[in-house]
Ligand binder design. Structure first.
Ligand SMILES: Nc1ncnc2c1ncn2[C@@H]1O[C@H](COP(=O)(O)OP(=O)(O)O)[C@@H](O)[C@H]1O
Ligand SMILES: [Mg+2]
Length: 465
């Protein structure tokens, strides 16, 4: 990321103008998007202002009200400029992916386009000011949690720089170099008065936070240091180094909040470990499939799946039906059973095609009655013929699998080009397998078949002839 920012600044410096694409940092909270904007401002000697576009649905919020309105105000862009007190600040527009449009009140994104367009922003019209205002010296930087919801017209103008989040050793390093020294200062503790060794930081990361960035990590470090500050203030004792071992954390932060190993536990029939990208970063998500005896082949989908995801589920069912013979089951299961696919964490809406592979695994497992290996996480879009197509967010997903202590990830073959983004130490601890076709999938994801017991008692799995 730094390389690309420095290249960008170099070009701006040589060209002496701000024309060209707008930088857009895309990533989950707490990965350093805002801090990077502040650093750019500091490095280029500009002021820094920030404006959140989340929930802006009214054109007047960008462009101001005419002064004939009671309570008229200038738009937020000009308010920001006034706050900066200079005409060439670094102006950060947060949450460009969340800008709303409400056709009754004008389109704020159209106004925003005008703000960001170097051809037009020389003479930006704010209704309140009623005079053209020159924004062409401003360095606009935008941020977003996700790329997909950014309006295409805006995305066209932007140079997207993804910040997918940190792996554990990177977080430990950031904590040691930046977060702990800063929190020591903030809490009135002198450097060296508290020792938080890397093992302790790792324990905080794994047991008390689950995030792609480092925001909660910093908060928990602050919690620990505050308690120490209180103790020192109460007994008025000299600040001698207080060493905090991993096992002391219970006392400071209470019982662990997360179990790192959500993928530990029994391998189950019909439960596949999938991977998704959410605004908070990569996440492990389980896909469940069950056959309901006494049905007629009806498919039920629950867990707030979006349209695209529902279509993936149908494609997965078609594939599973036509191919289950190869895996020792008969397609006749549909004459006697209904099929239910559920994605837990049911309150969160989910969409996208990338769960196709996980849904196929869950279905084939339910149909054949053979358990799936829980520690194998998978992602990929599927076709009816069983081809596995590439998907986005590979780094986020692989990091999430690593955080959740998976032993293996299965990715689409065409995503092998994304492999270089994955840090070396993650690749050492996590086996990464690429597949082209769903036929290669089952041998990887199915658990060892129990040797003797023939599973004919299972109504779910009519044995093949
Ligand atoms: N690579 C990093 N090095 C040092 N500090 C970091 C890094 N990434 C994030 N931080 C710290 O994490 C906190 C949250 O960062 P912030 O810039 O607000 O994230 P975002 O805007 O992406 O949500 C800040 O205190 C920041 O200093
Ligand atoms: Mg931010």
């Amino acid at each position: 990321m730094k390389e690309r920012v420095i290249e960008y600044l170099a070009v701006r410096k040589l060209k002496q103008d701000m024309k060209g694409p707008i930088l857009c940092f895309v990533g989950p909270p707490g990965v350093g998007k805002t801090s990077m904007g502040q650093s750019i401002a500091r490095a280029t000697g500009r002021k820094f202002v920030r404006l959140s576009l989340g929930g802006v649905r009214d054109e007047a919020e960008i462009r101001g009200h005419r002064r004939t309105y009671v309570g008229a105000l200038p738009g937020r862009i000009l308010q920001g400029m006034r706050k900066a007190g200079s005409n060439n600040p670094v102006f950060m527009l947060d949450e460009v992916d969340k800008i709303g449009a409400d056709f009754m009140r004008g389109d704020p994104s159209a106004a925003l386009l005008e703000v960001l367009d170097p051809e037009q922003n020389k003479a930006f019209e704010d209704h309140y000011l009623a005079l053209p205002f020159d924004l062409s010296k401003v360095m606009f930087i935008t941020t977003a949690n996700l790329m997909d919801p950014i309006l295409p017209a805006l995305r066209d103008r932007m140079e997207i720089i993804p910040l997918p989040g940190y792996a554990e050793p990177e977080k430990v390093e950031i904590a040691g170099r930046f977060l702990i020294p800063r929190q020591l200062r903030e809490n009135g503790l002198s450097e060296g008065s508290v020792e938080l060794p890397p093992e302790t930081i790792s324990r905080i990361i794994n047991d008390y936070t689950r995030e792609a960035g480092v925001r909660n990590l910093e908060r928990e470090i602050a919690n620990v240091l505050r308690k120490i500050a209180r103790r020192l203030a109460e007994d008025g004792s000299e600040a001698h180094p207080v060493k905090i071992a991993p096992d002391d954390l219970d006392e400071y932060l209470g019982p662990r909040r997360f179990r790192g190993e959500i993928t530990e536990g029994e391998d189950e029939v019909g439960v596949a470990t999938g991977l998704a990208v959410t605004p908070a970063g990569g996440e492990v998500l389980f896909v469940e499939a069950t056959l309901i005896p006494g049905g007629r082949g009806q498919l039920t989908l629950t867990g707030r799946m979006g349209d695209v995801m529902q279509e993936s589920a149908r494609a997965a069912l078609t594939y599973a039906t036509t191919r289950c013979k190869k895996f020792g089951a008969s397609p006749e299961f549909r004459e006697k059973n209904d099929i239910h696919i559920h994605v837990p964490a049911g309150a969160t809406p989910k969409d996208g095609p990338s769960s196709g592979v996980a849904m196929t695994s869950a279905l084939l497992s339910a149909i054949t009655g053979r358990p799936l290996r829980k520690q194998v996480a998978m992602t990929g879009e599927i076709t009816l013929r069983g081809r596995v197509l590439p998907v986005g967010g590979i780094k986020e997903k692989v990091l999430a699998a690593h955080r959740a202590r998976c032993s293996e990830v299965v990715l689409p073959k065409e995503n092998d080009r994304d492999l270089e983004e994955i840090p070396e130490f993650v690749r050492k601890e996590l086996k990464i397998t690429f597949i082209d076709h769903l036929d290669e999938l089952l041998p990887i994801v199915l658990a060892e078949e129990p040797k003797e017991k023939p599973r004919k008692k299972s109504a779910k799995a009519p044995a093949a002839k």
